[in-house]
Design a protein around this ligand. Structure first.
Ligand code: NAD
Ligand code: LMR
Ligand code: MN
Length: 546
């Protein structure tokens, strides 16, 4: 009995702490193991929030919240659900970047993650079963941590992004936290600082590339889907050389999702639809420059391109509206280093009188007069005053989204963009930004972060028991976010506020599930989409332990 009691107190899915009732304490052998006063969940939440507020920094706050997460999932999610907008930057981006960089030295708890090592592929199934501990897993977030946010390769330490993304799934969309599993594929790291660090908790060798890597990922996908057949498999922060390749390999076989490619594509499309709703312009008349054409940049471009085609342009006509700029400047078709995702959007040198001069963002902006500028370059401060003023000189409402994360990598600050353009810019940022007061108007800044859509997308796909997650479902998700913000309000944001994240996650989920039903690609018959989505949702409350 005593062992069972300790097991209960140490299991975050079972533990209620001081909220165990007298009867439960009797039945479960907990008498005397907790202070005598029995608290309600609400009392625990109030007390925990007060403790949270006393913490001096975002990092301290996050570490405190993680200790609650490690001990009591219901309490953690009840608290999170009451303070979603306040907690997002602490639990998730940007503070999560600090905990990833310092994961090994801060390590206290593996947080129910599965650590899969390329040096021990034979243990893969055992590891996944051990991490599940008999739970019915329906959602896995997996990373190999080669491209964590914009901070690069963090090896095993990147597991935190999988943990963090899953926390947002539950807080935003009510995904049952006992049905999820974070996974890191430790295939090595190329960060010398980690390899040299005796405290580093991952494999101390360079990243394995080529066939051995591909086989390891393939073994993972096969094993995890065999063990958990209803799975929605979310890929996060893989490197540029692998992310799209992996997505293309598996996307027609199962419900798989790449957040950096597809999730970011959805949120940027939603943001553009919001911006054009404010400026009363047409999508198909826009000129689009992507600064940084990696996983996210190319993924977003593809989504917006498909929207142009959906809105009536031929593929050939649509492509003329897009310009990709990467390290080398404007991307040209004769460049042998282009990625497969960049190639369809590369331009011909013959289009320009002086193509050899188009090696900087400034030169490209001067040459093509973009109306939309999206930054996914990881290069801070690169949307300079000169570039933005040049852009604003040729379009009445420049749409400018500096999306690189975390905060220290953003291409520009929202306040600067509003100031430099006399309030004309329609801005969204990757991390949360405070409203900007400028000449009597308060400009709300939308957050174009995939966290605003991936929870609803996953919820809707799971609720519909969809066989795959396809482009129609993705497009439906992007279009569903309209109508929440009043575009006539001066200073209106291009995206709905994070304070309404729970509400619009339901909206996104319904749109996605409805699309799957309409296409006839569900494994089960869904009578009522709204009901199916609501029925899927978990709520943080204590239930009887038997
Ligand atoms: N807001 C969001 O929801 C969201 C989603 C995904 C990614 N991002 C951010 O976008 C950034 C890129 O992420 P990714 O996954 O695409 O990484 P990535 O490594 O695949 O792509 C980055 C690209 O930027 C290019 N680049 C590097 N230096 C450059 C320079 N000086 N000029 C122009 N281009 C340059 C690289 O060559 C690469 O193609 C990160 O900071 C990430 O946090 C934001
Ligand atoms: O994690 C985020 O904040 C968004 C995105 O997935 C990223 O890689 O930056
Ligand atoms: Mn990411």
């Amino acid at each position: 009995m005593k062992l069972a009691a300790q097991q209960i107190l140490n299991d975050p899915f079972l533990n209620k702490g001081t909220a165990f009732t007298s009867e439960e304490r009797q039945q479960l052998g907990l008498i005397g193991l907790l202070p005598p006063t029995v608290q309600t969940l609400d009392q625990q939440v109030a007390q925990t929030y007060a403790q949270y507020q006393a913490k001096p920094s975002a990092l301290e706050k996050r570490l405190f919240l993680m200790s609650i997460f490690n001990e009591n999932r219901v309490l953690f999610y009840k608290l999170f659900s009451q303070h979603v907008a306040e907690f997002m930057p602490v639990v998730y981006d940007p503070t999560i970047a600090d905990t990833i960089e310092h994961y090994s030295e801060l390590f206290v708890d593996p947080q129910n993650a599965a650590f899969l090592s390329i040096d021990d592929p034979a243990s893969m199934a055992t590891t996944l079963k051990n991490a599940a501990g008999g739970r019915h897993i329906r959602l896995v977030v997996v990373t190999d941590a080669e491209g964590i946010l914009g901070i690069g390769d963090w090896g095993t330490q990147g597991v935190d992004i999988a943990v963090g993304k899953l926390m947002v799934y539950t807080a935003a969309a009510g995904i049952d936290p006992s049905e999820v599993m974070p996974v890191v594929l430790d295939t090595g790291t190329n960060r010398q600082q980690l390899l040299d660090d005796p405290q580093y908790l991952g494999n101390h060798h360079a990243r394995i590339r080529g066939a051995r890597y591909d086989q390891f990922v393939d073994q993972f996908v096969q094993t995890v889907t065999e063990l958990f057949p209803d799975l929605y498999l979310h890929f996060e922060d893989f490197g540029r050389i692998n992310a799209a390749k992996i997505l293309n390999k598996y996307k027609n076989q199962m419900t798989t999702f790449n957040d950096d490619i597809q999730g970011t594509g959805i949120i940027v499309l939603a943001g553009l639809l919001g911006a054009l709703n404010i400026s009363k312009q047409k999508m198909t008349e826009q000129i689009y420059v992507s600064f940084g054409a990696g996983t996210a940049g190319a993924g977003i471009t593809q989504r917006i391109f498909e929207e142009f085609v959906q809105q009536g342009l031929s593929e050939e006509a649509a492509r003329k509206h897009f310009y990709l700029v990467d390290k080398q400047g404007l991307l040209f078709a004769d460049d042998p280093t282009l990625t497969p995702e960049q190639k369809p959007f590369a331009r011909s040198k013959a289009e320009f009188a002086h193509s050899e001069q188009l090696t900087t963002l400034e030169a490209v902006v001067k040459a093509v007069h973009p109306t939309i500028l999206v930054g996914t370059s990881t290069q801070p401060g690169t949307f300079t005053e000169a570039i933005i003023k040049e852009m604003a000189a040729h379009t009445p409402r420049p749409i400018i989204f500096p999306l690189s994360n975390p905060t220290k990598l953003a291409e520009a600050k929202a306040a600067d963009l509003i100031n430099w353009t006399d309030g004309k810019a329609l801005v969204a940022t990757g991390i949360p930004a405070a409203p900007v007061d400028y000449q009597g108007v308060t400009y709300a800044i939308g957050q174009a972060n995939n966290a605003l859509v991936y929870p609803g997308l996953g919820l809707g796909t799971l609720a519909a028991h969809a066989k795959v997650l396809n482009d129609q479902m993705i497009s439906a998700a992007a279009h569903s976010l309209g109508g929440i913000v009043d575009p006539e309000q001066p200073g209106a944001a291009v995206l709905p506020p994070v304070t309404k994240l729970n509400q619009f996650s339901q909206t996104v989920a319904e749109a996605v599930a409805q699309s799957a039903v309409d296409q006839g690609i569900t494994k089960e018959k869904i009578e009522n989409v709204r009901q199916a989505v609501l029925a899927e949702k978990w709520e943080p409350k204590y239930t009887a332990l038997n």
